[in-house]
Design a protein around this ligand. Structure first.
Ligand code: B12
Length: 521
């Protein structure tokens, strides 16, 4: 628990961070939610299981001394979204909830990005009483009020709840789901003192800040609209800078922005940087961002570097025109080259994230991408293989065979590869990769790898990379004939001990930057 010692007998809300993946990432969502609840005059405790050596003991000790009215659990990653590891975290969440049920009678509400993507399914699967899809700051306050007063759950934005069943104390009827509100403009507390951010900086190498929420793009595979909404909800740049100063005051020297794409919209990114420059923040903090390849220009690159930006991870996806079209990206391969050049000119390190294996990918399109990336020379490139198929995304539609692809991919498939058939069953779809049996269920880690890449797609990609150290390569699937015990070569940050050790020895920064330094030295 952070900040509040074991003194209060009665807290109104207890927030629990369940994400124990290492290197650890600070539960920024809980920080914002706790601040908002406190501002409303409601007592709140934060029990951070990530910073506890023994989470079971921490839970036991905490609930032996406290009787909250509501327990809120943050669930950031439903799975690691990485093939071939495909680790699913929902069973562990269900286990934690079962454990908490033995310690308290308080109702349990879930929230977080991973939760929001699969909200109803997770409530159903784990037996939680409630969930909040989307922003938690206001919704959780409304839930506390309704629990005390009218139980008018249909009034709470984004709430997933079980309709009451008269004969049972807990609502056990059908699961109901309210629409999230996506508040705009977005204003958040800036104190960031509900969790121990400095401990995360020491163990995780960086901390996070949001400059906005939501994304108005419609990339084929992306699930952001489910958790953050489709409208851009901007924060006042001065508020963002205040928050950065709070984190600096806590000893944090490196940040990773938590926007899906910092440069959308460009004007807002520019305004945030201007405010950072006005306050000379670059002298005290350096930061990294995820960005779209466009819009990006010399003026933005210049102000970003003056504002303290030291590294950008671009959503490149591919450098092959037909794949960029299939993924519904608005950039061209030439834009990738320009983005890398601009970063170089302004002293910003650059990573390009690739997404290989999507609908229509062939060995030729992969070769075209890898060859182009080699020529434009970013500091590094993440060659992720396999697209996580999320429900409610274009990928799910593609698999269901319900809508045609943006680009007509069929003619590109080599002879002998079956064409996607409208209405074809997912179970017989040869592009689907998963590690579970039974019906295909996108709730569980399910990936798309174009079967045109053959029986050993990871080997194909690795062969094309041909040992170029700038690339994070996909690990080969662990098949008996291909199993290796060698060191990881990918950029999966799920329980990445290589990173943990480097951070222990003093490395700080975005994980790709730390890994790149390690692997190139
Ligand atoms: C930035 C980011 C990163 C950065 C983090 C940098 C940092 N210092 O924080 C880096 C690059 C390190 C990273 C790593 C990973 N990430 Co990431 N990341 C993101 C990103 C873009 C933002 C997350 C974030 O901080 N949002 C801001 C906070 C404030 O929002 P929030 O957590 O949702 O909280 C709000 C609500 O959810 C709610 N809420 C939160 N908790 C609670 C609790 C209660 C009780 C309530 C009521 C409400 C509530 O209220 C909050 C405020 O409104 C998201 C995508 C996105 N747009 O969200 C992916 C995302 C979360 N990451 C994802 C993944 C998979 C990972 C990795 C596992 C990848 C990997 N295999 O290496 C690792 C995990 C690292 C770890 N240790 O946990 C996935 C998760 C998908 C899934 N299947 O669950 C996402 C959604 C991206 C994606 N679509 O693939 N990530």
């Amino acid at each position: 628990m952070h900040g509040i010692p074991y003194m209060t007998e009665q807290s109104m809300l207890t927030l629990i961070n369940t994400n124990r993946m290492v290197p650890p990432i600070a539960p920024i969502g809980l920080d914002y939610v706790a601040a908002s609840v406190r501002k409303a005059g409601i007592d709140v405790d934060v029990l951070d299981l990530c910073l506890c050596d023994d989470p079971d003991a921490a839970l036991r000790n905490y609930f032996a001394a406290h009787s909250p009215e509501l327990v809120g659990i943050s669930f950031r990653n439903a799975d690691d979204s990485f093939w071939p590891s495909a680790e699913w975290f929902v069973p562990a969440l269900a286990e934690t909830i079962r454990n908490i049920r033995t310690l308290t009678d308080a109702p349990i509400v879930l929230g977080g990005v991973g939760f929001s993507i699969f909200a109803e399914r997770i409530v159903e699967h784990t037996g939680a009483d409630f969930g909040i899809r989307g922003d938690g700051e206001k919704a959780v306050i409304s839930l506390l009020k309704e629990l005390r007063r009218g139980r008018g759950f249909e009034r709470i934005d984004g709430l997933i709840w079980r309709q009451a069943c008269p004969e049972r104390s807990r609502g056990n009827g059908p699961i109901r789901s309210n629409k999230p509100a996506w508040p705009s403009p977005l204003s958040l507390a800036t104190n960031r003192d509900a969790i121990n951010n400095f401990a995360y900086f020491q163990r995780g190498g960086q901390c996070g800040v949001e400059t906005k929420r939501g994304c108005n793009r419609c990339c084929l595979y992306c699930a952001d609209h489910l958790a953050k909404g489709v409208t851009l909800r901007l924060r006042d740049p001065a508020e963002v800078a205040d928050e950065v100063e709070s984190l600096i005051g806590q000893g944090v020297e490196v940040l990773h922005l938590c926007d899906s794409e910092f440069n959308i919209p460009r004007e807002h990114a520019y305004a945030v940087c201007e405010e950072f420059v006005r306050r000379s923040l670059a002298e005290r903090v350096r930061w990294y961002a995820y960005m779209a390849v466009v819009p990006f220009d010399a003026e933005l690159a210049l102000i970003m570097s003056r504002a303290g930006c030291v590294g950008v991870d671009f959503t490149g996806d591919s450098a092959c025109p037909s794949m960029l079209k299939a993924y519904r990206q608005s950039h061209l391969k030439e834009d990738l080259a320009s983005a890398v050049r601009l970063c170089r000119e302004h002293g910003i390190k650059v990573m390009i994230d690739l997404l290989l294996g999507g609908p229509g990918e062939t060995s030729e399109t992969v070769a075209e991408t890898i060859d182009f990336i080699k020529r434009v020379e970013p500091d590094c490139a993440g060659a992720a293989l396999g697209v996580r198929i999320y429900p409610g995304t274009g990928m799910a539609d593609v698999v269901a065979g319900e809508i045609p692809l943006a680009g007509d991919i069929s003619p590109r498939l080599p002879a002998g590869v079956p064409r996607p058939v409208a209405g074809a069953k997912a179970e017989t779809n040869p592009n689907i990769h998963r590690r579970y049996d039974g019906p295909v269920d996108f709730f569980r880690p399910t990936f798309y790898i174009s079967q045109a890449l053959g029986p050993r797609p990871a080997k194909l990609v690795r062969d094309l990379i041909a040992g170029d150290k700038r690339f994070f390569e996909p690990m080969e699937e662990i098949l008996p004939e291909t199993a290796t015990t060698g060191q990881s070569t990918d950029h999966n940050y799920n329980d990445n001990t290589e990173l943990v050790e480097a951070i222990k020895k003093g490395a700080r920064g975005a994980y790709w930057d730390i890994l790149h330094e390690l692997r190139s030295s």
